[in-house]
Design a protein around this ligand. Structure first.
Ligand SMILES: [Mn+2]
Length: 355
């Protein structure tokens, strides 16, 4: 496993690369071209510039999170072939820069959903949190307004103001899309890109929907073991794999995380590891990474990844906001650095006890 941190690029991230470089064991970052719209081609020059900047700081560009999939592809509209062609061109350009891991998601309208970006915990740290009651009480058109005062002035991926401004149109686009239709459109997309992934050895790693159930009546399919296996068998190619995100699959307490990991041997290309603390099955917050700070057994999660021979990039996920840091919610330096150290501690112990 390679320990990495997500990094949004110098124009978007509050954390500079040199600070990431100083976290012991972190050798790479997972990054993206944040200014790119879905359907737009990433040129080789742009990718090269991003990579060069990261390498100049002594780190590796270990993969992309995300190359976003357009609404035309997700809804299967007539424009989708044009967007798929652009996606393929982006994949080719990434491969030419020796990048072989692409994370993406297939969530309609909303990317990850939280109802609070700065819930205060007993220790004074603030965290992202979710309650179903709050979602049920809100008009989706006002979802962004309800949290925008808590973003610390940052643009959060998936929650770009331009996108949220047209949320009503987006809902219209998806009005005839149910789970089956979404699966069909995902299959069409994967079948179209797999030849390119085979040719250039690109691992596609779908990120689960977060939370792992339908919100605002929209279909959500990448939510549990059954569906993820359906997705992999419908396009049965090792390059069609997953980002195992414990914090997203973990939103549904019925998901047995270590069991899911073990069932995905050979198909996990990227891992996000974090903990959640549940107050009820539909009221949770993103705790520190430590097992005892939340609900999950983080040792069992790392052990399962180790046991299946997972050797791709792993990153701590959303961190708490601590020590007066001002950053994009979930993406400060301090708590993610603590998370990276903790996960590496678990891994060192697991490795040595298996010798
Ligand atoms: Mn994740």
């Amino acid at each position: 496993m390679e320990m990495t941190l997500r990094w949004y690029g110098s124009n978007f991230d509050t954390v500079p690369l040199w600070k990431i470089r100083q976290i012991p064991g972190v050798t790479g970052v997972i990054s993206s071209l944040m200014s790119k719209q879905p359907g737009e081609v990433w040129t080789q020059e742009e990718i090269h510039a991003l990579k060069a900047e990261i390498e100049a700081a002594g780190l590796r560009l270990s993969g992309i999170e995300s190359v976003n999939v357009s609404d035309a592809i997700k809804t299967g509209s007539p424009d989708r072939d044009k967007d798929i062609a652009a996606y393929i061109e982006t994949l080719e350009n990434l491969a030419k820069e020796d990048i072989h891991l692409v994370c993406y998601n297939f969530m309609p309208v909303f990317d990850w959903t939280r109802t609070e970006l700065a819930r205060v915990r007993p220790d004074g740290s603030t965290v992202l949190a979710y309650t179903q009651e709050a979602v049920d009480a809100i008009d989706p058109a006002n979802m962004f307004d309800s949290i925008k005062d808590q973003t610390n002035g940052t643009i959060m991926p998936g929650w770009e103001p331009e996108r949220l401004a047209k949320v009503k149109e987006l809902f219209d686009l998806y009005k005839d899309i149910d789970d089956e239709k979404l699966f069909e459109n995902l299959k069409y997309f994967l079948e179209a890109i797999m030849p390119t992934c085979d040719k250039y050895n690109i691992n596609m790693a779908i990120h689960p929907d977060d939370p792992a159930w339908s919100v605002f009546g929209l279909p959500r399919i990448i939510i549990n073991k059954k569906n993820i296996h359906r997705m992999m068998s419908m396009v049965d190619n090792p390059h069609n794999g997953v980002t195992f995100c414990s914090g997203s699959y973990g939103t549904n307490l019925e998901n047995d995380l270590p069991d899911m990991i073990r069932s995905l041997k050979g198909r996990i290309h990227f891992a996000h590891v974090r903990n959640l603390q549940f107050h009820s099955p539909t009221n949770f917050e993103e705790s520190g990474h430590l097992s005892s700070d939340g609900t999950f057994d983080m040792y069992e999660i790392m052990k399962a990844l180790y046991d299946i021979g997972f050797d791709g990039p792993v990153r701590p996920d959303h961190g708490r906001m601590i020590w007066d840091e001002v950053a994009m919610p979930g993406y400060g330096l301090y708590d993610r650095a603590l998370g990276a150290m903790y996960l590496q501690g678990l891994l060192e112990a697991i490795e040595k006890s298996n010798r």
